[in-house]
Write a protein that binds this ligand. Sequence first.
Ligand code: URA
Length: 211
Amino acid sequence: MEKAKLMVLDHPLIQHKLTHIRDKRTGPKEFRELVEELALLMAYEVTRDLPLQEVEVETPVAPAKGRTIAGKKLAVVPILRAGLGMVNGILKLIPTAKVGHIGIYRDPETLQAVDYYCKLPEDIEERDIILVDPMLATGVSAVASIKFLKEKGARSIKLVCLIAAPEGIEAVSKAHPEVEIFVGAVDECLNEHAYIVPGLGDAGDRLYGTK
Ligand code: URA
């Protein structure tokens, strides 16, 4: 099997904040803040390869040569609903990015992924896409979302997740070997309910206090 294009972001701030969101005593307010901060820190790493162009500016003292990002168009696409928790953190760093949304559920009879909501920027095929979902568990949603984005013309997709299971990484890299996967941690396994072990529980419920 092709080797996964996996980047585990081991920056101390990322690891520190991840540990706090794993803690079951962390309530929704703090959980949301930490997820946003984690997304911002991860976006910093994910955008490391953005192309630059040389420009000149006048400082109060003298002309200076500088570099700015060379007009790259980005789109952040959260997988509903937990992915929403990561959007604002990324937008703080890249405020000009457009935001698309994908809602996917798994049909209990066919076990196939079905998209129930999709709204993407019109020029999605011209944008580099940062697809976000805090938990990469079985990979079903991520694989289906990437397939869906490709059908809409997407040509460049990076997947950003806070915590991944080996099963999810394998599923994504098998179905979409060119997609780079950025994670804060790779955990042990999935349990019988497809929760990541040790993980952090249900990211959507913890973000929105629904359980
Ligand atoms: N989704 C979650 O929110 N948590 C998991 O552990 C797996 C999938």
